[in-house]
Design a protein around this ligand. Structure first.
Ligand SMILES: Cc1cc2nc3c(=O)[nH]c(=O)nc-3n(C[C@H](O)[C@H](O)[C@H](O)COP(=O)(O)O)c2cc1C
Length: 210
C-alpha cells in the first residue's frame, strides 16, 4: 500500500472482533514501523503499555467512558509521552548520546552543547516540556495508526478517559502525560463503515496574519 492508500483506508473503527487476536509478531512490526517517526534530537520520548488481558482492559474501560472497544479490541495501548525525555541522565538521552558519538555525528566536546540545547528548548516552562513530549509522541501515535493500516489492522484513538484516574490505576509515573489510548485489532465480520467524515480543505487550513 502506498501512502495515499493508507491515508484513505485508515478509519477510527468502533467495532472490533474480540475473537481475532493480533499476534505478538504483528504488534512488534507495527510498533517498530511507527518508531521510525521523526523526533526532536531523535530523542523518541514515547512509551507504550500493552494491554491484552480482559480484566486489565476492563479496568481501563471503566476509566475510559465505558467505551466497549477498549475491551473488544484484542490489544489496547496506553500511549505515554515522557516530559523528562530530554534530561541528562535519562536512559534514552544517554543512549542517543552514545549513538551520536559512535556514529561520529557528534564529538565528546559537544556534549554540553547538546544537553544545553535541549534544555533551552524544553525546560523553560512546564508547557514546553509537555509540548515536547506530546508533539513527538503524536507523530509516533500517527505512525502506529498508519503502520497498523499497512499491516491489515484497524485502530481507534481515544481521548475519552480520565487522565489522572488512568495514571493512578496503572501506576504511571508523573513524568508521563497520556496523549491517547489506542485500540488495535480486526473489525467485526461484515462491519459496514459510515462514509468517511469531512476534512478541512487546503484553503481552510492555510492562514495568514497580515
Ligand atoms: C487524539 C484522538 C482522540 C480521540 N478520542 C476518541 C474517543 O475517545 N472516542 C471516540 O469514539 N473517538 C475518538 N477519536 C476518533 C475521532 O472522532 C475520529 O478520528 C474522527 O472523527 C475522524 O474519523 P476517522 O478517524 O474515522 O477518519 C479520537 C481521535 C483522536 C485523534
Amino acid at each position: 500500500m502506498n501512502y495515499k492508500e493508507i491515508a484513505e483506508k485508515r478509519r477510527a473503527i468502533n467495532f472490533f472482533n474480540p475473537d481475532r487476536d493480533v499476534s505478538e509478531e504483528l504488534l512488534t512490526e507495527m510498533i517498530e514501523l511507527a518508531a521510525k517517526a521523526p523526533s526532536s534530537f531523535n530523542l523518541q520520548p514515547w512509551n507504550l503499555m500493552v494491554l491484552r488481558d480482559t480484566e486489565t482492559k476492563e479496568k481501563l474501560k471503566a476509566l475510559a467512558w465505558d467505551q466497549p472497544k477498549v475491551v473488544e479490541a484484542p490489544v489496547t495501548l496506553i500511549v505515554l509521552a515522557d516530559k523528562d525525555g530530554w534530561q541528562e541522565g535519562h536512559p534514552t538521552v544517554e543512549k542517543n548520546w552514545k549513538e551520536m558519538l559512535d556514529s561520529g555525528a557528534m564529538g565528546p566536546d559537544q556534549r554540553d552543547w547538546f544537553l544545553d540545547a535541549a534544555k533551552s528548548l524544553y525546560a523553560w516552562s512546564p508547557e514546553a516540556s509537555l509540548a515536547y513530549a506530546v508533539k513527538n509522541t503524536g507523530f509516533f501515535a500517527m505512525g502506529l495508526m498508519y503502520a497498523a493500516t499497512s499491516l491489515g489492522l484497524e485502530t481507534h484513538p481515544m481521548d475519552g478517559f480520565d487522565h489522572e484516574g488512568v495514571r493512578a490505576a496503572f501506576n504511571i509515573p508523573d513524568n508521563y502525560w497520556i496523549p491517547l489510548l489506542l485500540a488495535v485489532g480486526y473489525p467485526t465480520p461484515d462491519l459496514e463503515l459510515l462514509p468517511s467524515k469531512w476534512r478541512k480543505t487546503k484553503d481552510e487550513i492555510i492562514v495568514s496574519f497580515d
